[in-house]
Design a binder for this molecule. Structure first.
Ligand code: NAD
Length: 261
């Protein structure tokens, strides 16, 4: 239980990678503030289930992270309900796929607001408390698309490259404050975000979703398998450990060789 006594806020943790990270942190004894959208009764089942499974304190904020004031309120709620905020995982993110010339302005604004601006607002809100306490871990979930590009994903790729840059700036500023700031850059992880892209393409191309999975993976990754949310969670736990105390400002790939090419 290496994170006993620490408090973590994981954004977008009602689903996918964020949930995998929240589970991994709770499994190491951290108290966890969940965040994300979904059916409120189902979220309460999730919250109570995590608390019971790991004997951890688990709370929930329904903040919409595209609204900066709600990010500040969520951070304040975490400090009030759980007593501190030691670990921030900026994970919530969305995707929209279209060629640049056809990319709707409102989708550009939506993706940038959540995938990039919310990372800035989250870091800005948690840093003063971490500095006062002299310890902190900020983990920004970027993507292989924070390091390389793909067609039809201009807002996502721009935002994720921005997240990697923002991570480096904060890491430099906080290098001697006991606070590390890193970015995790996953390749394909089979979550609802990716399932939707698979379903849309299967419908467009009249193909079977299961057949398409292999093509989807191998177009980008030398390793023809998805990473799992719990593997991303294990990397986040490592970044919170003393062993990782001098890793900062780093984009860490967990991508089946995607960006090695
Ligand atoms: P997901 O769709 O399963 O989960 C997204 C989470 O964000 C959900 O909990 C959702 O409720 C929440 N969310 C959405 N809009 C929100 C808002 N405005 N305010 C607060 N919460 C909001 O997606 P995922 O695949 O688990 O993705 C998580 C992160 O990992 C994203 O930043 C994504 O870009 C990144 N990522 C995913 C993959 C992948 O292959 N799945 C690869 C690389 C990076």
């Amino acid at each position: 239980m290496s994170l006993q006594g620490k408090v973590a806020l994981v954004t977008g943790s009602t689903s996918g990678i964020g949930l995998g990270i929240a589970r991994a942190l709770a499994g190491q004894g951290a108290s966890v503030m969940l965040n994300g959208f979904g059916d409120s009764a189902q979220i309460e089942v999730l919250r109570a289930g995590l608390a019971a499974e790991f004997g951890a304190r688990v709370a929930y904020s329904g903040a919409d992270l595209s609204k900066p004031a709600q990010i500040a309120a969520m951070v304040a709620q975490t400090e009030a309900e759980l007593g501190a905020l030691d670990i921030l995982v900026n994970n919530a993110g969305i995707q929209f796929v279209a060629p640049v010339a056809e990319f709707p302005d409102e989708q550009w604004d939506r993706v940038i607001a959540l995938n990039l601006s919310a990372v800035f607002h989250g870091m800005k809100a948690v840093i003063p408390g971490m500095q006062r306490r002299g310890w902190g871990r900020i983990i920004n979930i970027a993507s292989a698309h924070g390091l390389v590009a793909s067609a039809n994903k201009i807002a996502y790729v721009a935002a994720k490259h921005g997240v990697v840059g923002a991570t480096k700036v904060a890491a430099i500023e906080l290098a001697n404050a006991g606070i590390t700031v890193n970015a995790i850059c996953p390749g394909w992880v089979l979550t609802p975000l990716v399932q939707k892209q698979l379903d849309d393409r299967a419908a467009r191309e009249g193909r079977d979703v299961e057949d398409l999975k292999h093509a989807f993976l191998t177009e980008k990754q030398p390793m023809a398998q998805f990473s799992k949310p719990e593997q991303i969670g294990a990397l986040a736990v490592f970044l919170c450990s003393d062993a990782a105390a001098t890793i900062t400002g780093a984009p860490l790939s967990i991508d089946g060789g995607w960006v090695a090419q």
